[in-house]
Design a protein around this ligand. Structure first.
Ligand code: HEM
Length: 456
């Protein structure tokens, strides 16, 4: 068997501080650095981040082997400091290890948030939020003023998801406004995507560097803000009577705290409640917003396609700009063999969907936006086709897929059915900035501002 060996050095970070700056900064640009490295070194790379071995897979075949054939052996998550902090010591779904707690929580949230029955009962919320969106854009269309689509789409998506999960309408909230919520989502995502030295260097050294560099206090400040917000939402639930027929996830979980469940060894605690709320906060909102912004950006740059937008809308945008370019990291639970390489137990695994989406062996003109390429194929986004994995695949794939797709479809249809879109005065298609930024999610760096006009 071929021995896995280190084929590449870590790329230098963008700051002038070669050691202190690198790891923290690298988190922000990891997908791009890894894409470049994989073009040079091939689709299987072993990186040594400090003392931790991380294997990065950048091919469709490898993704299939990990996520389908070896799904079970790789479906736990590594314990990273920032994720632990934000999820109340891994009491959530996304970052917790594989096991009974994960299974029970996933079942509960599946039933109380994602089930078709729940979604149906919450239809009116999606309709109200859509009306609000169309009204807001119509005002801009009448006054011929541009809208910051990032802010508008965040407000729409967060409006729906927080009302579904938290029972809270942040448009009418007296303790926090939508702009602050957006800042907090971005800050929390940045923190969870940043790589801490504590994760990769032996205890003591990493701990010290994170303290000297300010990373530790940055994470804790961000966490305190998030924690205060979640506690505020919970306190409001405790104060107010909840309607019996329309219990949101927070109400249901509050009612279950410390009560016996069917499982002998699992009990819901208040940390589980906050952990799941963190998940919704971190995973639920921004991925959808980012998908829509990139969709609108590409469509604006390609007026021909904007005109032709049709049912393939679902598969189209997530290839070039997968909202989560490395999915979430996996960890091997036993020794396995992937692509002919021996991968030992406890190796961190990253599936580089960013590189797979741009792989010239799979896609003709990979960097081009050609949505028609999906017309005569059976490729879908649901995790069965390993060249397109916007929601991941296997046991740890996204449980919010159906909800995410409904929101994106509803929103894009509203944007494109009622309005035509033009660039602000003085701007041309060439001026649209395509720079990416982000860590677990890759957002567009420069906000997309467009002027809606009413379609007669
Ligand atoms: C367009 C919208 C969305 C996209 C593109 C998206 C994408 C993803 C991806 C790529 C993963 C990692 C999968 C893996 O590691 O294999 C994930 C996991 C997850 N997502 Fe989503 N997501 C979206 C919407 C949502 C929503 C609306 C929610 C909840 C309200 C949600 C909750 C989660 C959770 C809890 C996980 C962790 C699952 C686990 O580890 O078992 N997502 N998502």
């Amino acid at each position: 068997k071929k021995l896995l060996r280190s084929k590449s050095k870590l790329p230098p970070g963008p700051t002038g501080l070669p050691i202190l700056g690198n790891l923290h900064q690298l988190g922000k640009f990891l997908h791009r650095s890894l894409h470049k490295l994989s073009l040079e070194h091939g689709p299987v790379m072993l990186l040594r981040l400090g003392v931790v071995p991380v294997v990065v897979f950048s091919s469709k075949e490898a993704a299939k082997e990990v996520l389908k054939i070896h799904d079970l052996e790789t479906c736990t998550r590594p314990k990273m400091v920032a994720a632990g902090l934000l999820t109340y010591n891994f009491k959530d779904i996304g970052f917790t290890k594989y096991g009974e707690d994960w299974r029970e929580m996933k079942k509960l949230v599946g039933l109380e948030l994602f089930s078709p029955k729940k979604q149906k009962s919450y239809r009116y919320i999606k309709e109200e939020e859509s009306d609000l969106l169309v009204k807001k854009l119509s005002n801009h269309a009448q006054t011929e003023t541009s809208v910051d689509l990032g802010k508008t789409l965040f407000s729409f998506t967060a409006g729906i998801i927080f009302r579904l999960a938290f029972g809270h309408n942040f448009h009418e909230c007296d303790f926090i406004d939508m702009d602050r919520v957006e800042e907090l989502v971005i800050e929390s995502e940045t923190n969870v995507g940043a790589l801490a030295f504590t994760d990769f260097f032996p205890t003591g050294l990493g701990w010290l560097i994170d303290r000297i560099s300010g990373q530790h206090s940055k994470m804790h400040t961000g966490f305190t803000k998030l924690s205060n917000l979640l506690q505020h939402v919970i306190n409001d639930h405790l104060k107010a009577e909840q309607p019996e027929d329309h219990l949101d996830l927070v109400s249901v979980m509050l009612d279950m705290i410390n009560k016996p469940t069917k499982s002998d060894s699992f009990k819901i605690t208040s940390d589980h409640l906050k952990g799941v709320m963190s998940d919704v906060f971190l995973a639920g909102v921004n991925a959808g917003v980012i998908t829509m912004i990139w969709a609108m950006t590409e469509l604006t740059r390609h007026p021909r396609v904007m005109k032709k937008l049709q049912e393939e809308i679902r598969a189209t945008y997530t290839r070039l700009h997968p909202p989560a370019p490395l999915l979430l990291p996996r960890l091997t639970m036993s020794d396995i063999e992937i692509q002919g390489y021996n991968i030992p137990k406890n190796t961190m695994i990253e599936i580089n969907t960013y590189a797979i989406g741009r792989d010239p062996k799979i896609w003709t003109s990979p960097e081009e936006f050609i949505p028609e390429r999906f017309l005569n194929t059976s490729i879908n986004y649901k995790g069965q086709h390993f060249e397109l994995l916007p929601f991941g695949s296997g046991r740890r794939s996204c449980p919010g897929m159906a909800l995410g797709i409904t929101i994106i479809e509803r929103c894009l249809l509203n944007l494109l059915y009622f309005f035509n879109w033009i660039l602000p005065k003085g701007m041309t298609i060439e001026d649209i900035d395509m720079e990416e930024l982000g860590s677990i999610n890759i957002a567009k760096k420069v906000p997309l501002e467009l002027v809606p006009t009413l379609h007669q």
